[in-house]
Design a protein. Sequence first.
Length: 321
Amino acid sequence: MTTSYIGRFAPSPTGPLHAGSLVAALASWLDARAHGGRWLVRIEDVDQARCLPGADELILRQLATCGLHPDETPLYQSRRGATYQRVLDALVQRGRAYPCTCSRRKVELALEQLGRPRGRHGELVYPGTCRPGPGPAPVAPVIPPPAARAQAWRMRVPTGVLLWQDRRLGAQAQDVTAEVGDFVLKRADGYWAYQLAVVVDDLAQGVTHIVRGEDLTDNTPRQILLLQSLGYPTPSYLHTPLVLGPNGEKLSKQNGAQALELDHPEAVRAALDSAATMLGLSAGLGTQANDTASALAAWVAEWRARWVDGNQMRPSYNPGP
């Protein structure tokens, strides 16, 4: 057991929690409690255009109804733009990030000219069109004049295969240059990209263990590269099974995920039992429908036996800026 453990659940307030998001929330809460650590909630509302008014408060109420209470006041990404800018400035000064004026169509045309088909999950692998050549890093960020074309900022990705370990999925590898390319840190429309915001906030909150849905596994190498560029070690990762929708894809608001029904104790227990079953835990614990506390305690013990008492990765970690 370690008292230096800090975990987190980071929902986007684009709507209420559904069955899939409860699985991730429960897993991250269980891992924190099984380690004797702290569990935080972060509201990832950096993309304000997608957020729904009041969804953050609804999510927090849903978590509380399920007995999942954060140990600190939730952090909101929408209030942290100045911090993200400072980190981007530092990356630019070190030659790790650069401006890019490429539109999506320009990237498509560049890939066609190179004879490279659309790759990873049908996404465009950035070919490095705007990447500056080798040379000394600029002493300050390049700021375009007001009339200049809108530009994004990209991370300069080093060559080579990045190896990392997932507590559930095992050894992982990705050639980020070949499968992703130099990825966006700040979009041309001014919004901060998920990759930068999540890494900066994990550092700021001192997060040591990241437990989240398996759909985010593919993002992990980019976030590790960012951590390395900022001079920080890699946290522990565990990616949980996904709840699938009727079309066989990850259950989400886009494919008809319904909000959790938590209007009476029996519904709360049913939702938690379903999430626990997805995580390979015993359902139906406790003798009463409203006895969620005993069920949660039993699941903590089960989780500890599986993911903590074994030879699991527990890296040391230093809080960031």
